[in-house]
Design a protein around this ligand. Sequence first.
Ligand code: NCD
Ligand code: ZN
Ligand code: ZN
Length: 445
Amino acid sequence: MTRMDRVVRNGRVYFDGRLQNVDLWIRGGKVADLGGNHQAEEAIDGRGMIVLPGAVDLHVHFRDPGYTYKEDWETGSTSAVAGGVTTVVDQPNTDPPTLDERSYRMKLETAERRSVVDFCLNGGPGRMKRLAELGASAIGEIFTYEHSDDDLRRILEETARSGLLPTIHAEDGGVIRENTAPLRDRRDPELYSMARPNLAEAKAIEMVLKMTERAHICHLSTSEGLELLRAAKRGGKRVSCEVAPHHLLFTKRDWQRQGTLLKMNPPLRDFRDKDALWEGLRKGQIDAIASDHAPHLPEEKRDEIWDAPPGVPGVETMMPLLLIAVRSNLLSLGRMVDALSRRPAEILGLSTKGGIARGKDADLAIIDPRAASEIRADRLHSGAEWTPYQGRRAIFPKITMIRGEVVYSDGELFAKPGFGRNLPGPGRRRRVKVGPQEDDEVEME
Ligand SMILES: NC(=O)N[C@@H](CC(=O)O)C(=O)O
Ligand SMILES: [Zn+2]
Ligand SMILES: [Zn+2]
């Protein structure tokens, strides 16, 4: 019997691939035992609850520094934990963009002071080697449409030399330009999907697969893209991909209801694509679900289609919406946990994250599966002030824990700004052992 800090009692805990009725014991921020008989300082009642690993969101834009009127580390990270996300990966398209030592340190310093969620910082395609040494977790997203083929090849080579994973926004610039030009004088929002056709994604993915041995494809949106990645994986390439909730839940038909609000890159697609993405997700051909949380204010989003900024917020609604999808049998709980937690942690080599197991960080989303509610923008925490999912059913977590601490419970934030910790990437990671050996140490102390 060990003296524990905390116990989640009587919940159904997801580990080893299924829900199991065990008490979850926490010590020093780690999962110390599953089942077993111990004493704890504090007990959390998990009766009627399912206890899942917190989500690891590979793709958020927290806009800080530079665009803090849209989002900052405090609002963004609060939004994350309110949605059961316990680790985020922030993208470098801030101002200044995270391309070199100065901008990297500046963002790290802000995030360390303000974040309530654990975080990784991606570096952009700038000084890759230096960014790796500083602790960037990956390079990207690399916007293929912003670069010539030669540039892109050079960026991918340099990224490979830095030892970091290139993460790719795959849309071909030539295809976009060709298809946009004839539409520019018209204003109908749905033209945006025509301006950036499926071919743009397919062509960019093909190009990237030719240029590099290892890559992660962001927000996959087309059946063509999925087919290319499937073939590449079969051929032994080290590629992974993520899908965003909005491409699983919206199609071109939604242009009619929400207009320019739904402008995003890549754009809304067909039913055919949406179905293929769900199928790819069910079969494990799509590795991860990531929010591509891209907050902009409603008044910006209501500009005309070519000028409105692309992107929708989604970090807070991702897990809650997917829990409904699980309940509707669109996805198994196991595949959901795999795509939201286990696989994203694995892709970035975050060995202490991504699952409930002895020795791992106690990052938990404690959920009452019967507590579905309607999404309402005024109850969300993002600085974006709106959601494309207004009125949809969702199951929000009752409690979110990070490293054994309750950071969010029943609508209330408990963590102080600065609670969130940086998880440095492979360039400066200390080897952290997770597994039986470390567990033994915990037991013997
Ligand atoms: N997804 C988007 O439409 N927008 C993102 C950038 C991006 O992910 O491409 C943003 O930063 O606003
Ligand atoms: Zn992107
Ligand atoms: Zn993005």
